[in-house]
Design a protein around this ligand. Sequence first.
Ligand code: PLP
Length: 391
Amino acid sequence: MDKIYLDNAATTPLSPEVIDAMVETMKMTFGNPSSTHSFGQEAKILIENVRRQIADYLHVSPAEIIFTSCGTESNNMIIKSSVEHLGVERIISSPLEHKCVSESILDMKNRKGVEVTYIRPNEKGDIDLHKLEELLKNSDKKTLVSLMHANNEIGNLTDIKKIAELCKKYQALFHSDTVQTMAHMNLDFSEISIDFASCSAHKFHGPKGIGFAFLRKSSGLKGIITGGPQERSLRAGTENVCGIAGLGKALELSIKNMNAYTQHMQEIKQYAIDRVSEEIPGVKFNGRSSEKENSLYTVMSVLLPYKNPLIGLQLDMKGIAVSQGSACSSGASKPSMVMMMVLSEDEMEHCTPLRVSFSHLTTKEEIDTFVQALKEISHDLIIENTNVEHR
Ligand code: PLP
C-alpha cells in the first residue's frame, strides 16, 4: 500500500537537496564555530552565510536573526524575555495561539504577575482589530501583543501589517508566531514594523531541531539560555551547524520555487475543497479555510457532519495521514481550544473536525484516494447510525 502524507502543517518531508547539504556539512564542516582555527572558521562562515540569506529574505539585518532549536524555543524566548528583560507588564493575545505561545504567556502571568487579555475571535476565527485598538488605547502599561500570522489548525491568516501599525501607534511591542508562514510567503519586515517573529525549518522541508527568532535590533531583547557567547550571547550553546545548513538549503529552495509551489498548493487545496464538498454531503470548512485570500494554502480544515473520534485512525489504517483537530467531548481526548472558539456547542457534540495539509509534493491523485477513503468511512458510519436508530 502506497502511503499518503497529508499532514504537512505538522511537519514536512526533507527535500533530497537538504539531506545532501546536511550530510556534506556533517562530513566536511564539523569544526566548532567558536574555535579560532580554520575548521571552526569554516563552520562559522557557513552559519553567517545562512544568517545573511535569512536576513535578505526578510529584508532585515543579519544581526536580527538568532538561531534556536525550533519554533517553540523562539516563541518561549521572545515572550519570557520580553517580560523578564524588557519590563512588559501586560500581554494581549488570543485563544487561537499555539501552545508554545499560550503556555509561555500563562507562565508569565503565574510567575511574574503579568496582566493578560485575550481577544476572543468570532466564529470564523477572526480577531477584531478595533477591539485590539481599544485595548491598546486604554492602558499605559508596557504591552506586548502576541498574535500568530497563520493558524496551524484552521489556516486563518492575520493581517500582521495592520497589527504592527496599531502596535507602533500605541508604543506596544508586537510578536507574531510566523512558524506556518515563514518560507511559504514573501515576508518583508522592512515594510512591517514587527518586533519579534519565529521560524521552524521542519515546516518547509528542512530538518527538525533548528529554527530562528527574528528580534528587532532596537528591542534590546536578551536570551534566556545562558552560558556561552554564541549568537551574540542571546542563545548560548554550540550551534547546530548541519541543521543550519539544512535550514539554509530548504529556505533557498522555498524562495526559488515560491511562485510555483504557491500556485500548485492553491490548486490542490481548491481541488480538495471541491472533491470533499461533492462527496461528503453536509461537510463544512472551519474558520476561513475554504477562502483563497484569508487562508493559508497549505491548510484545509474540514468539519464532518457526524461524530467519529476514530477517523484519524481509520484513515491511517488505509495509509492516509491527516491530523484530527479534536472537538471530542467524550473525555478520551480534550477538545482543542481553536475548535472550541470556532465551533458551536452543537457542532462540538455532533461533528468531527479534520485537518488536511498539503505540500508541493501533494498530487490530485492523492486527494482522490483520500476523498474515496473518507467517503467509504462516512458511508459506513451513516449505515451504522441508521442501524442504531432502527434497533
Ligand atoms: N507555532 C506554530 C503555529 C506551529 O504550528 C508549531 C508547530 O506545530 C510551532 C509553533 C512549534 O514549532 P516547533 O515544532 O519547531 O517547536
